[in-house]
Design a protein around this ligand. Structure first.
Ligand code: SAH
Length: 282
């Protein structure tokens, strides 16, 4: 549910005066205890989002549906999730469009999967692969608790380094430790013009991934960026950056799948592919 009165089965956030938030799932007859006070779920079911309620001890709580960003930070995690700042950038750098066929690995906790499912819309398709059965189970639960039934999503217990059975896809999104192993499978699994994107925590991994992309004649226009998002404090005269921020999460490596290239003519001084990928897009 995205709008209308709050319904049984939905996740909602209870937010206190200090902006601390608590994620609960509404259940008929259910209750939630907070600092010695109690909230009956039945008092919330049927109410409007944005309402303020009081616990039995008189503490006021704002009630809102969690955004996807709220939800991924609060949901149970098997694997470490990708942070919202990176999820946002991934959708634009990988140009995830309505109707796209996207292959993703690994599923992990399902945070990126949900962002992809929303972006491809009802005409698109997301295939998400994971090698760990326990993570796949946790992700399935996380996704269905937030998005309900998702007919456009296929979750598979599959090692993507052995191939991409659902290709050729339009976009290939990787959050796993050794994406250079997937450059080979991606040659068949990603269509010409398609986008390869890998999320990587360390520079050593970035270097190895970019080298593998450069070494493959099937890829060009390799790029690397990171996102630093600095929150601000705006309170009366105190208008300044927050003291703390998430300083490092990961780097985003992108590349385009090339189509057939004109053969280098004997004596030609320049390689067309290298010339094409040499420009700086930023
Ligand atoms: N992006 C996810 C987190 C992924 S963590 C999220 O936002 O929730 C990385 C995951 O990749 C782990 O769950 C790991 O088991 C999985 N993985 C590692 N190698 C893999 C491979 N070769 N094929 C499929 N999944 C893989």
């Amino acid at each position: 549910m995205r709008a209308g009165p709050l319904q049984a089965g939905e996740p909602v956030l209870l937010i206190d005066r200090k902006s601390r938030s608590y994620l609960i799932w509404l259940q008929p007859g259910g209750s939630h205890d907070l600092r010695g006070g109690r909230i009956a779920h039945d008092d919330l079911i049927g109410r409007s989002e944005g309402t303020t309620i009081e616990t039995s001890r008189g503490e006021s709580l704002l009630v809102l549906r969690p955004t996807l960003a709220d939800y991924v930070l609060a949901m149970p995690r098997g694997a470490q999730v990708i942070y919202p700042k990176d999820l946002a950038l991934i959708l634009m750098l990988a140009d995830i469009y309505p109707g796209a066929v996207v292959v993703e690995a690994g599923t992990g906790s399902g945070a990126l999967t949900m962002a992809l499912v929303r972006a491809v819309g009802p005409a698109g398709k997301v295939f998400s692969y994971e090698i760990r059965e326990d993570f796949l189970r946790q992700a399935t639960r996380n996704i269905s608790r937030y998005l309900g039934e998702v007919p456009t999503l296929v979750l598979r217990l599959h090692d993507i380094s052995t191939g991409i059975p659902d290709g050729p896809c339009d976009r290939l999104i990787l959050d796993l430790p050794e994406p250079w192993q997937i450059v080979g499978p991606a040659t068949d699994g990603l269509r010409p013009g398609g986008i390869f994107l890998a999320y990587l925590p360390t520079t050593v991994q970035v270097q190895q991934a970019v080298e593998a992309l450069h070494a493959s004649r099937a890829f060009g226009r390799a790029d690397v960026v990171e996102a630093l998002v600095r929150p601000w404090n705006v309170s009366g005269q105190s208008v300044r950056p927050a003291h703390r921020m998430v300083a490092h999460t990961g780097f985003l490596v992108t590349a385009r799948r090339l189509g057939p290239q004109p053969r280098e003519t004997p004596g030609a001084s320049r390689n067309l592919i290298e010339e094409e990928s040499g420009g700086n897009r930023h």
